[in-house]
Ligand binder design. Structure first.
Ligand SMILES: O=P(O)(O)OC[C@H]1O[C@H](O[C@H]2O[C@H](CO)[C@@H](O)[C@H](O)[C@H]2O)[C@H](O)[C@@H](O)[C@@H]1O
Ligand SMILES: O=c1ccn([C@@H]2O[C@H](COP(=O)(O)OP(=O)(O)O)[C@@H](O)[C@H]2O)c(=O)[nH]1
Length: 595
């Protein structure tokens, strides 16, 4: 028999490896996007496994098998999506409903029941894939908005299992979330986890507010109480594999690429931007701001170039296709207006680059320009900082990226303020070396310390803590031995005080708290005895007691309300314990003392 150590099953829609089909057959390449690049450094530890979609439509079972075997060798387990699932789940509900809503673009959101059904079905598919792999002691860590229902689906199958959930994108304000027809199901799905993490305190606050307003569940210091367990909610800003980027920047390959680029640029200074094609990234705004820089400060014409990497993304979604067209046109217009025979204002690349070339670009650029209108975190900002091993260079960062909460030494800009962005570019290009060093050193220190390993360690620690806390607070069912002992002690006692909850114990719960009233059978649920005092307490008693059937006063049970104002009401009806009736208590303590 093999004994396996508990491990972590990471689950996300996209695997860190993307599979592509070309003339030579299948190729395996690193996925772009911060979730894959960030977590890519940690999932291989301790026999962990990553469950997710390899990013390719596969219809041939033999090819599925080939891919599954190849990925298994690198600790990955693929979940294959059909053509309809890619359309309705990935492009549909995930990226045409949730993505625009959570990034404050409700005007781009669609609300298609067929997309929702596919979303439910694919979350169920992921659930089956995870359950096939996960042992009872394994920890399951679910990631991101494509899998909001998965924690609860897993919880239904494995009530005791440890489940963490992390959202990589912003959580919107209640006013945005409430627009979604399926808002309750989405929140309930997330609450299947033991710990829910967000990049920032602001996203966490929005989530807790929605849980309170839509599900009526309040929280105490981020702890949400459900009927059978509690869920902890907290902020964990994600970091990068700092050393990996420092090494890449210092590598021979990166330095060679940098030298080649410098030569080609003929001394032009470089502003760099790198993003996936996405309307949330503020790419069009950035181009307009760069155009304004050249108009407002013509001294930079011929001196500074914007090097812009746009990685193709979600191109089957209408908004992405039209954004591509807008960017192409803007770049064409600006280049046509300002280019000279030996200088280009914008170098635009619509493709992805391998790590050494990215590192060379980060080294080369004097200014990193990161301008999202909304972004969960933005790891590019942190990678730029990590690669600045000489502590020179300036980061311009949108205040609406999660990273801005940490990188306060960047020049923070509002991405809708084009003039402000143009002036920030001018400020960055003229910033004295000592100020650059001072700002960059502080940011590098932060990115180094709060790296992706620290992030995952803290999340896992909090997850384990939330489980321990749940177990401590959990109701323990009496076993046979304890029941017999209790009964024997009860029978042997000369005086007895029975303290029972009323709602759900002496009477059934009722959805309307004003409705539950005791039945006569309560009176007989314990045989009268002069040596036994019977007391029940109720949160609804104060509100409902005037409506109770007459005769309750003669019931052998004394009823205590669990709030002070309830005490006062009961005192008026004569149903409360004697001392309340005479003193008109202001707290429940006198009731309990006299009982
Ligand atoms: O999988 P895709 O549809 O190709 O999209 C790529 C990823 O984009 C999003 O990344 C987010 O995660 C980053 C790391 O936490 C964060 O820095 C960034 O702000 C987010 O946008 C998305 O959340 C991932 O699920 C996608 O895989
Ligand atoms: O050609 C490229 C361009 C970007 N990236 C990576 O894509 C990620 C983008 O993550 P970010 O958090 O900035 O935004 P996201 O795309 O996840 O919304 C970063 O790790 C980049 O290094 C990449 O692997 N190849």
């Amino acid at each position: 028999m093999t004994i396996r150590m508990p491990r972590t099953i990471i689950v996300s829609n996209r695997l860190p490896t993307k599979v592509q089909r070309n003339n030579e057959g299948l190729s395996f390449k690193p996925s772009e996007g911060g979730l894959a690049t960030g977590l890519g450094s940690i999932y291989r530890q301790d026999g962990n496994v990553w469950v997710g979609w390899p990013g390719l439509l596969v219809e041939d079972p033999a090819e599925e098998k080939q891919i599954a075997e190849a990925l298994q060798g690198d600790s990955m387990a693929p979940v294959f999506l059909s053509e309809v699932e890619i359309e309705n789940f990935y492009e549909g509900f995930s990226n045409s409903t949730l993505w625009p809503t959570f990034h404050y673009f409700p005007q781009f959101a669609t609300y298609e029941p067929a997309h929702w059904q596919a979303y439910v079905a694919v979350n169920e598919k992921f659930c089956r894939a995870v359950l096939e792999l996960a042992g009872p002691d394994d920890t399951i860590w679910v990631h991101d908005y494509q899998l909001l229902l998965l924690p609860q689906l897993l919880r239904q199958q494995r009530p005791d299992c440890t489940i963490g959930f992390f959202l990589h994108i912003p959580f919107p304000s209640y006013e945005l979330l409430r627009v979604l027809p399926w808002r309750r199901q989405l929140l309930e799905g997330m609450l299947g986890a033991d710990l829910i993490g967000f990049h920032t305190f602001g996203y966490m606050r929005h989530f807790l507010s929605s849980v309170s307003q839509l599900l009526g569940l309040p929280n105490q210091n981020g702890q949400v109480e459900l009927p059978t367990r509690s869920v902890l909610v907290d902020a964990f800003p994600m970091g990068i594999d700092y050393e990996h980027y420092v090494q890449a920047a210092g590598s021979e390959a990166a330095q060679q690429h940098e030298a080649t680029y410098r030569e080609a640029l003929r001394g032009s200074r470089v502003v760099l931007s790198i993003d996936r094609l996405d309307y949330s990234k503020g790419i069009a705004q950035r181009l307009r701001a760069f155009e304004q820089l050249l108009q407002r400060h013509p001294e930079w014409v011929g001196q500074v170039s914007l090097l812009m990497v746009v990685v193709p993304s979600r191109d089957q979604v209408a908004q992405y296709a039209s954004l591509k067209q807008e960017i192409d046109e803007l770049v064409g217009r600006i280049n046509a207006s300002f280019s000279t025979i030996d200088w280009n204002p914008i170098y635009y690349f619509y493709r992805s680059f391998p790590l050494e070339e990215l590192a060379a670009l980060y080294r080369l650029a004097e200014v990193g320009l990161v301008t999202p209108v909304r972004d969960g975190m933005n790891l590019v900002a942190k990678e730029f900082v990590a690669c600045k091993t000489d502590n020179r260079g300036v980061l311009i960062l949108s205040e609406r990226a999660g990273a801005a909460r940490e990188l306060s030494d960047a020049l923070l800009i509002n991405p809708t303020d084009l003039e402000g962005m143009a002036e920030a570019l001018h400020q960055a290009l003229t910033m004295p070396a000592d100020e650059q060093e001072q700002r960059m050193t502080a940011m590098r220190e932060l990115v180094r310390e709060y790296n992706v390993f620290a992030w995952s360690k803290l999340f896992m620690y909090q997850l384990a803590y939330s489980k321990v806390k749940q177990n401590t607070l959990a109701t323990h069912v009496l076993d046979e031995k304890a029941s017999s002992q209790l009964l024997a002690d009860y029978q042997a006692a000369p005086q007895r005080l029975l303290l029972l909850d009323y709602d759900g114990t002496l009477a059934h719960f009722h959805p309307n708290p004003r409705k539950p009233s005791p039945t006569r059978s309560c009176a007989s649920c314990c045989a009268p005895s002069p040596t036994t005092r019977r007391t029940a307490w109720s949160s609804s008693a104060g509100a409902t007691v005037p409506r109770w059937p007459t005769g309750w006063g003669s019931c052998p049970w004394t009823l205590l309300p669990s709030t002070a104002c309830g005490c006062a009401r009961l005192a008026k009806t004569g149903n409360c314990f004697r001392s309340c009736a005479t003193t008109g208590c202001t707290s429940c303590a006198p009731c309990l003392t006299s009982t």
